[in-house]
Design a protein around this ligand. Structure first.
Ligand code: ADP
Length: 577
């Protein structure tokens, strides 16, 4: 997966990558050239007292060093730019993919891991690209070139290279192998922390209300400790790694000086050659170390790439039909034909054999005990889920054959849990129709009985809304969500228990105003309160996923024992009478 991702995301940057490779090539060659120039100055210039030679070679050396710096900086500059751009593209792709997910797809992963995958995992892959671009070319050339140059300086010291390099590879390799599983588990622990944190932040009010802070603190503490333990283990290995590498480098230096010194003494080697040999050996060792580090990043990035790939590879369970049907009329007629629905992984269907139709200009109400499937039923029309069998039709066309934009432009739903986005009230109201005029916004607010509290504050439509709408009351949030739906002027309204947080008087006023505004639309209301739906044209009584009775309020009062039960539990005796 890692290779696939890198191949796919590097494509737009091939020219830049080529430039990076060339810069690195130049800078590596310059780096390799420097010690041999140094040796020449010492052996040919200094030892023979040839000042001209020293000046000339010194100038050359300065020029090469300057070139090395320039090309190295350019290489790192472009390499970093490319790596960051690739990371950005990848992140954008993950975001796009997740945005196309249906509720079912999001549930299959879980929100916290999707967040980690889109942020931390992408970061790891990006990090590898950065390292790769910065060292991919220089490391092997440095290794091979270093060895060749070192051997040119002195063949008989070559055994030092053959000993020190494998020792370094063995030590670093051993540590890397131990680190790998730890990195893998670290990624999981980060997921866990994200999960706990997210749940606690979202549920902060509940946590407070039930005085669960100590428990939650403990729960977070446990996840935090887990992550810390893994990080400490990783840290411990790193603590070992750097001194070990240092020791190998220093021992090698000592060995070169020791054995090289003997050769210089006996006149078999010159001092300059010895210095150059030493520099080459260190260059080789550092290159090997960088190579090993990079090798170490590969498995970690590869785990992350797999996790990203899993997200990118998901075929969203609900996608647009290849050849969407355009309905002949767009009135907003809704029909369910023998619909059965089961949540993924559930044994029993939540809805069975649901058939009904809702006509434009009429109000259809759905009532039933909690868990009877009301929310599920209304989520089938905007295709949050697809049915197991049967058909959900909008204007006579199954929703699976309609373009999703076509559905969203005609169906507006007000969800049970009203959700607002961070931004202003205006920004939220325009969510479904960006081009709405200010008058339209105010009209919608008026119908939703939200005008007063928006006007109350001097900021008006520009009042800030916090993420999730947590800085307005539950009832205000509900009304803003209703207004948001009204702004789009849809053909079908789905109100899922959208009046529950309103007092009875506001509820009544709101429905009266709504009736005016939604005269031609199909209105489907899910409600708990009988008073909310008593004037509906048709009421479906849902029990255990089945429609047990249907009719108007009056009819049901006569015929439906379930409805009577609900009514009796809610209304006082006089009201029933
Ligand atoms: P209601 O709106 O009438 O209270 P719902 O439609 O929310 O009922 O739920 C009906 C049943 O479906 C419940 O038993 C609930 O446990 C189950 N259910 C709801 N949402 C999901 C889901 N996302 N995954 C699995 N089961 C679910």
């Amino acid at each position: 997966m890692l290779l696939t991702l890198i191949r796919r995301y590097s494509k737009p940057y091939l020219p830049q990558i080529l430039a990076v490779i060339l810069f690195q090539l130049a800078s590596t060659i310059a780096t390799l050239y420097l010690p041999s120039l140094n040796a020449k100055i010492i052996d040919e210039g200094v030892s023979k007292g040839d000042t001209d030679y020293i000046w000339q070679t010194g100038a050359l050396m300065l020029a090469v060093a300057f070139g090395q710096v320039i090309t190295a900086v350019a290489g790192v500059y472009f390499g970093s730019r490319v790596a960051m751009s690739m990371g950005r593209d990848l992140r954008r792709e993950v975001f796009r993919k997740v945005s196309s997910f249906s509720a079912k797809d999001v549930n299959a992963f879980g929100a916290p891991t999707l967040i980690t995958r889109g942020t931390n995992d992408v970061q790891q892959v990006q990090m590898l690209m950065l390292m790769g671009l910065n060292f991919m070319v220089s490391t092997p050339i440095m290794c091979v070139g270093g060895i060749i140059m070192a051997l040119q300086e002195d063949l008989s010291l070559s055994w030092l290279v053959w000993v020190s390099v494998p020792v370094l590879v063995a030590v670093v390799g051993y540590l890397v192998v131990r680190l790998m599983p730890l990195f893998r588990s670290m990624q999981k622990k980060i997921d866990a922390i994200n999960g706990v944190l997210r749940e606690q932040i979202i549920g902060i009010r509940v946590v407070r209300a039930f005085v669960r802070e100590p428990y939650e603190v403990k729960r977070f503490g446990a996840a935090n400790k887990d992550l810390t333990e893994v990080s400490v283990k990783i840290g411990n290995l790193f603590v070992l790694m750097f001194p070990a590498i240092g020791m190998i480098l220093h021992l090698s230096t000592a060995a070169v000086l020791w054995f090289g010194g003997e050769r210089v003494d006996s006149g078999a080697m010159e001092v300059g050659a010895l210095t150059a040999f030493l520099q080459y050996l260190l260059q080789i060792l550092i290159a090997v170390m960088m190579g090993t580090f990079m090798a170490m990043m590969i498995p970690r990035a590869s785990v992350c790439a797999d996790r990203i790939g899993e997200v990118l590879d998901v075929e969203p369970s609900i996608h647009n039909p290849a050849a969407p049907v355009t309905p002949a009329e767009k009135k907003g007629r809704v029909e369910f034909r023998d619909v059965t629905f089961k949540y993924p992984g559930a044994e029993e269907p939540v809805l069975s054999n649901i058939s009904f139709s809702a006509e434009p200009g009429q109000t259809l109400a759905i009532i039933g005990s909690t868990g009877s499937g009301k929310t599920t039923l209304v989520s089938l029309l905007p295709r949050l889920y697809d049915v197991a069998s049967g058909d959900v039709l909008l204007d006579g066309v199954p929703v699976t054959e309609l373009d999703r934009d076509e559905i969203t432009s005609r169906v507006a739903s007000v969800p049970q849990k009203p959700y607002l986005f961070s931004g202003t009230i205006e920004h939220n109201l325009r969510f479904g129709k960006t081009e709405a005029t200010e008058d339209e916004l105010w009209a919608a607010l008026e119908t939703a009985q939200a005008k007063d509290f928006v006007q109350e504050k001097s900021a008006g439509l520009n009042r800030r809304i916090a993420q999730g709408g947590t800085n307005v009351s539950g009832g205000q949030r509900q009304r803003l969500c209703i207004a948001r739906a009204l702004v789009t002027q849809p053909k079908v309204y789905l109100f899922d228990d959208s009046f529950s947080a309103l007092d009875v008087a506001t509820d009544a006023r709101l429905r009266r105003a709504l009736k005016e505004k939604t005269r031609d639309a199909t209105v489907i209301i899910v409600a708990q309160r009988v008073s909310t739906i008593a004037d509906a044209d048709q009421i479906l009584v849902l029990d255990n996923g089945r429609i047990v009775d249907r009719g108007t309020h009056e009819e049901l009062l006569e015929t439906s024992p379930t409805y009577q039960e609900i009514v009796e539990s809610q209304l006082s005796a006089e009201e029933v009478a």
